[in-house]
Structure formats: structure tokens, C-alpha cells
Design a protein around this ligand. Structure first.
Ligand SMILES: *Cc1c(COP(=O)(O)O)cnc(C)c1O
Length: 388
């Protein structure tokens, strides 16, 4: 492995996303100790920039040491105690994962479901809240397994009216779509580094509202996970600076650099870029006679699920893209296996160059299987020419 040069893949799957050279260079900086004053400053800068991307003033805003799933687990396990109820919205893989975690805490998960490819119906959420008066309402903002965006507006008011805290999974939206933690009244929001933040996988940014912190403080029993117990982790990231576990030093360097890049571009400009490239991609897909899985009003900009046309071999096309074009795209999961491709346009990967490249490559790979269709590149280009 050390003397093998790996190819530079163009990562247009469900994550990880392409990483800027600046972030890779940050990873190779000399190590500092986890209590070195210079590292403590880096931690402060990370917290400040995370508040910027989450659009929050929450004091407890840190990166969990672990991937996005660690953030998911931290959110649920800190807020729930055995016997509590939690309403979990499920319309894809990640809602299912939350449901599984809730059960492991000893709390009772109550599912509100929608068909994969569709958003959750707010009326059904309201009914579930009325019926069970849960401690927590958990929902995925950007369902990476299907490409569905869930609107967050109004959910917090519904939850808070029932004395319920709102947990939002923003793993595939933070840095690509507006998340607006404070404006949307979200109590706990977590993300991952390797999607729209364009950093390698390994950390999970998370933020807790004062309501959520209060809930943790008033727990009757300890959090079952020692490693993810926020009451201990916050002492290292807060003013105590007391050792809990050794922070993944290099990953934190990388995250800081990735967040600086987000700041330099500006959150709104970055979101607008994700939207524009998504629109161009869809134009290209539709010009080729292919169709999107999700209805226009619920489409993610960061993850595009394209229906696989009849008679086309899923794996063969993806292998073609990887081997001939160095492009990775994702396949479908669960009920969508073999039915859709998942094309991620996340972070640094969301560019005009990549949209044109992947549309052209898909067209070629379809032709290679004998599936002829009109080309899509010109239609994608036209979206850029006409502008936003
Ligand atoms: C990727 C993802 C996760 C899990 O993150 P890992 O880094 O793979 O642990 C959770 N939720 C959503 C919506 C995701 O897309």
C-alpha cells in the first residue's frame, strides 16, 4: 500500500466527497498534543466555524470523534433514557438506523413512515406526537439513500408544543443546503465531515440547544455509552479542558481547513452553487430521457437519485464509469437496489466540470450497453449559460 500510487477518483457517490488539496495538506501537519495550547486554539476555531455553518449560537457545538453515525448515536443516547418514547421518521436507510439506535437505548421507538423516495407527511408526525407525547422527535433532513429533502420549517414548533425535543440528521445537507439550526428551532443537529463539508470521514459535527443541554443535565441515570457521554466530552471542549479521550488531532486540522474553505466561499454562495449544479445535472439527465426518482419539490441538491432505465445493467454501468472515467457513483440501497443510481454533487464535488463529465460519461456508458439516447451535456450547459 505505501508504495502503491492510488488513482485520483472523482467521488460523485453518496460520500465521501472530493477533498481540496488544502485539506489534504492540513492532514500532514506535525502533530500537537491534545492539550497543547496551540491545539486548544484550533479547537476554539473549529467550534466557532461550526457555529457558523450550523447557523447557531449554541455553546455546545463540537465535532464528535467518529463518523456521522457516531453523531447520530450521540444525539439519541444522550437525550433518551430507558422507558422514554421517541418518534422516529423513516423514509430510507438513515431513519431505519435511528430507529435501531433508539431501541438499543432502552427507549421505545415509534415509527412514522413514508415510502422511500417521498418526504414524511407532517400531519402524520403531528398525530404521532399527540398520541405518544414522546421525549424526542428524530428526522433526517437529507435522506442520502433516496435523495429526499425533508422541510424543517414548523417541525420544532410542533415538537415543542408537545414538550418534545427535535433531533435532525443533517449529514448530507450541512454545507450544501440551508439547515439553520437556530432559525428552525432544532435541539440537536449532527452532520458528518465527508459529505458537503468536503473533508475526509472521521468526525461528526454536532450541536445541542440549551433545552437539550438541560435535558442531559436532568437525566436520572448515566448515558449508557462512556465514549459518547456529552456531559464528559463537553468538559474537554469547554473551559475545563480536562482529558476525556485523545482527540483525533490530524482530523481536526483537516476539519478546520475544510470549514475555513466554507467560510471563504460563504455559506449562501455554497448553497447556491449546490443548487445550480443540481439543476444542470437534472437537465442533463432528463435530456437523455432518464428520470429522477424524487418529485422536484423534494429533491436534494447534494444527492441525485436517477432511475435506471429498463434493460440497463446497474453494476456494469458503475464499473464502466469507475474503470474508464475514474468516476464513482453510488447504487441503490434496500428496495431501491438495482433501481436507481445515486449521484452525489457534494462540497468540492459540486462543480460544472463534474456535472458535464458525469453526464457525458453516463451517456457513453449507456451506449456501451446498447442503450441509445440523446446526449445530455448541451442541456446541462444551457442551465449555466442561462444562469441562476
Ligand atoms: C452518511 C450518512 C450517515 C452516516 O454517516 P457515516 O459517516 O457513514 O457514519 C448518517 N445519516 C445520513 C443521512 C448520511 O447520509
Amino acid at each position: 500500500m505505501t508504495d502503491q500510487t492510488l488513482p485520483k477518483r472523482i467521488l460523485l457517490g453518496p460520500g465521501p466527497s472530493p477533498v481540496d488539496e488544502r485539506v489534504l495538506r492540513a492532514l500532514s501537519q506535525p502533530l500537537l498534543g491534545h492539550l497543547d495550547p496551540l491545539f486548544l486554539r484550533i479547537m476554539d476555531q473549529i467550534q466557532e466555524l461550526l457555529r457558523y455553518v450550523f447557523e447557531t449560537r449554541n455553546r455546545l457545538t463540537i465535532p464528535i470523534s467518529g463518523t456521522g453515525s457516531a453523531g447520530m448515536e450521540a444525539a439519541l443516547i444522550n437525550l433518551l433514557e430507558p422507558g422514554d418514547k421517541a418518534v422516529v421518521c423513516i423514509n430510507g436507510v438513515f431513519g431505519e438506523r435511528m430507529f435501531d439506535i433508539v431501541g438499543r437505548t432502552g427507549a421505545e421507538p415509534i415509527a412514522v413512515r413514508a415510502e422511500w423516495g417521498h418526504p414524511i407527511d407532517v400531519g402524520q408526525i403531528e398525530d404521532a406526537l399527540k398520541q405518544s407525547r414522546p421525549k424526542v422527535l428524530a428526522i433526517v433532513h437529507a435522506e442520502t439513500s433516496t435523495g429526499v429533502l425533508q422541510k424543517l420549517e414548523g417541525l420544532a414548533d410542533l415538537a415543542h408544543a408537545h414538550d418534545t425535543l427535535l433531533i435532525v440528521d443533517a449529514v448530507t445537507s450541512l454545507g450544501g443546503h440551508p439547515v439553520r439550526v437556530d432559525a428552525n428551532g432544532v435541539d440537536v443537529c449532527y452532520s458528518g465531515t465527508q459529505k458537503c463539508l468536503s473533508c475526509p470521514p472521521g468526525l461528526s459535527p454536532i450541536t445541542f440547544s440549551e433545552r437539550a443541554v438541560e435535558r442531559i443535565r436532568s437525566r436520572r441515570q448515566k448515558v449508557q455509552s462512556w465514549y459518547l457521554d456529552m456531559s464528559m466530552i463537553e468538559k474537554y471542549w469547554g473551559s475545563d479542558r480536562s482529558y476525556h479521550h485523545t482527540a483525533p488531532i490530524s482530523m481536526n486540522y483537516a476539519l478546520l481547513e475544510a470549514l475555513r474553505i466554507v467560510r471563504e466561499e460563504g455559506l449562501e454562495a455554497r448553497q447556491a452553487r449546490h443548487q445550480l449544479n443540481h439543476r444542470a445535472f437534472v437537465a442533463g439527465v432528463e435530456a437523455m430521457g432518464l428520470s429522477m426518482l424524487v418529485a422536484p419539490k423534494s429533491r436534494l441538491w447534494s444527492l441525485n437519485a436517477v432511475r435506471i432505465p429498463e434493460g440497463v445493467d446497474d453494476q456494469r454501468l458503475r464499473t464502466h464509469l469507475l474503470e474508464r472515467h475514474n468516476i464513482e457513483i453510488g447504487g441503490g440501497l434496500g428496495p431501491l437496489k438495482g433501481k436507481v443510481w445515486r449521484v452525489g454533487l457534494m462540497g468540492a464535488g459540486s462543480s460544472r466540470e463534474n456535472v458535464v463529465l458525469v453526464i457525458g460519461a453516463i451517456h457513453e456508458a449507456l451506449a456501451e450497453q446498447g442503450h441509445t439516447c440523446p446526449p445530455g451535456v448541451a442541456s446541462a450547459e444551457q442551465v449555466y449559460e442561462l444562469g441562476a
